[in-house]
Design a protein around this ligand. Structure first.
Ligand code: OAD
Length: 251
């Protein structure tokens, strides 16, 4: 269904995407905005509005006040668990079924791509629904909820933390290597719902472009990437992605 917000998809993009056997999609917080999850650069809501994500999602913040950081992530886990994937997430599942070599790289930690049914997911910044011991790095699935915030690892006593990448931390090496390889090999690269401000993720579209891929951006705003994109599609991913899939692979 085309509404006034969905721009016309250029016919040559539909032809290129239909003919492509290798497609990479990089998603950012914008793809989850229509699921009710605030983006990073959007104002925080409720009691957390006095904090900036940069002041909570960092090793320094955790050292300074582990309980506050743990409680912020508990709040965000609640937000994420009650959110539902939107039409944009489901359109990417449909695209994965149509393209022989499809890779979904996400900066999001909200698990919505997996819940929508995507499988070939590379989580560059981790996943908020996973918890790990801050000392040994092992994933932990049980802890004493009644304990003070944050709970401790029952094995070594270390503080538990979310299994996400914090500001200033390195990305998981394996995930980044796979993402860069995919970007170098693809014929079409779509950057969806990302401001393109945070590296190394923001390098991926440029790596694809250098490898002669066609670069598509889906975002209601212009971003750092817009000037180098082949096809800038201005609008909401929840409207544009389903339209792109329907027109490229009509039932
Ligand atoms: P940002 O909050 O920086 O950017 C979200 C982008 O989504 C903006 O460009 C919005 O214009 C766009 N947007 C909003 N609603 C949209 C919609 N319905 N459809 C399409 N686009 C929409 O979030 P990210 O680019 O994901 O890193 O931020 C990247 C990283 O910065 C995050 O992963 C996080 C943060 O620091 C870490 O936590 C390590």
């Amino acid at each position: 269904m085309i509404d006034q917000d969905t721009p016309v998809i250029p016919p040559e993009l539909i032809k290129t995407l239909r003919a492509a056997h290798s497609v990479v999609v990089l998603t950012g917080a914008g793809v989850s905005a229509e699921s009710g999850i605030p983006t990073f650069r959007q104002a925080q809501t409720g009691l957390w509005q006095k904090y900036r994500p940069e002041d909570l999602a960092s090793p320094e913040a955790f050292r300074r006040n582990p309980g506050l950081v743990w409680d912020w992530y508990t709040w965000r886990r609640g937000l994420v668990s009650s959110a539902q994937p939107n039409a944009g997430h489901y359109a990417l599942v449909a695209m994965e079924h149509q393209v022989s070599d499809f890779t979904l790289i996400t900066q999001n930690v909200d698990d919505l791509h997996r819940r929508a049914g995507s499988r070939a997911i590379i989580e560059l910044h981790g996943n908020i629904l996973r918890t790990r011991c801050s000392k040994e790095g092992i994933l932990v699935s049980e802890w004493n909820e009644a304990a003070e915030s944050p709970p401790h690892c029952q094995k070594c006593g270390g503080l538990l933390r979310p299994d996400v990448v914090w500001f200033g931390e390195a990305l998981p090496t394996e995930a980044l290597t796979q993402a860069m390889h995919a970007a170098q090999q693809c014929q079409v690269f779509l950057a969806v719902g990302t401001s393109g401000l945070v590296y190394p993720a923001a390098n991926l579209p440029r790596i694809a472009l250098q490898a002669q891929a066609v670069l598509v951006e889906i975002n209601p705003q212009r971003t750092e990437l817009s000037s180098v994109v082949t096809y800038p599609l201005a609008g909401l991913s929840g409207s544009i992605l389903p339209e792109l899939v329907t027109q490229t692979w009509p039932k």
